[in-house]
Design a protein. Structure first.
Length: 393
């Protein structure tokens, strides 16, 4: 039996983008995300996207393909359906066969029929009533429940064929990646920044990742962990480039030349400036972090203000109003949590003073930076020497 994946757009925010652009980005994304699983024909009709497996590899990987399409932002709902000719008897047999297991285990069901091909001789009501009758005669144990059925036998009579499935599943929602532009995600090995990346990709941002490593204070294992986190994000973001900044020298320089209590904010400003340089080079127009208000000393309103003032790109902090438990819940749902809690060191946790200042003033911060004349050159050097890792889905 031929199967296909249907992806429904739902309500899209089309501000600033017309529907055609939006849809063509979505189609391109679907093609790209499915490519490694086999040959799929991806096309659109009546605002619905179709992913049709063409070769054996694609047909054998429908589970994985469905999973991938379910994670593409911009898609409101998905279904995996059997394809059949537009003939009622064939549709009914297809439904009985394709949904046999579900029909055998469910206690209640209903039939939802949708006919967008108006030349089909039966209307939706008639399809529903007739198919419902045939299902009941084969599965007399089943009961009809139109309000809360366990199984929603769905028939869609469309342009090219009829499609039968057991009901739509929610899609990833949001906007297609890249429709909102490009930004740099400051990716640590922690719980928050992968979640921040996921949230902003959901709003249509295409991401690059910037990670600061300070060997030998931070280890190769810590670096690999971050690359693993990037890999775990790729089902949502698509392929990711991860810039691993060699940050040892600027960080040691700050440690050796600035007041202890200002160390953390000075370092965060320095990281922001380097990220800004990478953004300029890569055409990214914003910075995303996993900061959450008052979670730690460097995330007080005052400290965030000082960090923001280090460079001019907008800094997006989608976790800013969330509790750790809320962030953790998303991390678990998207599958980054278990990797995030591996206990490796991060450059943000080395050299930190026991009592960082929670309310630094921008004047004292700028004075401290003025006393570090070589910092700018060290930052420029780190940015220039940053290697890129390509993480593919
Ligand atoms: P996370 O769980 O994301 O690590 P956190 O609660 O541990 O966040 P911090 O360590 O203060 O908080 O980091 C705040 C933000 O700064 C992180 O969410 C991330 O965006 C960025 N950041 C921290 N360390 C690094 C790093 N080594 N490389 C890149 N960005 C970093
Ligand atoms: Mg951290």
């Amino acid at each position: 039996m031929d199967e296909i994946i249907l992806a429904y757009q739902g309500e899209m925010a089309l501000k600033g983008l017309n529907r055609a652009t939006f849809e063509s980005i979505l189609l391109k994304t679907m093609r790209r995300r499915l490519r490694s699983l086999g040959e799929f024909r991806v096309y659109k009709a009546q605002s619905t996207m179709y992913a049709e497996p063409v070769d054996d590899a694609a047909k054998a990987s429908m589970d994985a393909a469905f999973e991938r399409v379910s994670k593409i932002f911009g898609i409101a709902a998905v279904s995996r359906a059997a394809v059949c000719p537009k003939d009622f008897d064939v549709i009914a047999e297809t439904a009985l066969e394709y949904l046999h297991d579900e029909l055998s285990t469910a206690r209640t069901f209903k039939v939802s029929a949708k006919r967008s091909d108006k030349s089909f001789p039966m209307n939706s009501m008639e399809i529903g009533a007739e198919l419902g009758g045939r299902i009941l005669s084969r599965h007399p144990r089943l009961k009809v429940d139109v309000h809360h059925p366990e199984l929603n036998v769905t028939v869609e009579v469309r342009d090219f064929a009829a499609y039968v499935h057991g009901g739509k599943k929610p899609g990833a929602g949001g906007l297609p990646v890249s429709t909102s532009g490009k930004a740099a995600l400051m990716l640590s090995g922690g719980i928050d920044s992968p979640v921040a990346g996921y949230m902003m990709a959901k709003r249509g941002l295409s991401l690059i990742c910037v990670h600061f490593a300070s060997p030998p204070y931070t280890s190769e294992r810590a670096r690999r962990k971050v690359l693993k986190l990037a890999e775990l994000l790729t089902p949502y973001t698509g392929n990711l480039n991860v810039y691993v900044v060699p940050y040892t020298k600027p960080q040691e320089y700050i440690r050796d030349h600035a007041p202890d209590v200002l160390f953390t904010v000075l370092m965060r400003r320095s990281m922001m400036r380097i990220t800004n340089m990478i953004c300029k080079k890569e055409g990214a127009e914003g910075i995303v972090t996993g900061e959450s208000l008052a979670q730690v000393a460097s995330q007080t309103l005052r400290a965030l203000g000082c960090t923001d003032a280090a460079q001019e790109l907008p800094v997006l902090r989608p976790c800013v109003g969330m509790d750790k438990t809320e962030i953790t819940e998303i991390a678990r749902r998207i599958g980054t949590f278990e990797t995030s809690i591996l206990p490796y060191e991060d450059c943000c946790t080395i050299f930190t003073p026991p009592h960082p200042k929670t309310k630094p003033s921008l004047e004292e911060i700028e004075a401290a930076e003025a006393a570090m004349p070589d910092l700018a050159a060290l930052e420029a050097e780190a940015a220039a020497e940053t290697p890129v890792e390509h993480i593919n889905l």
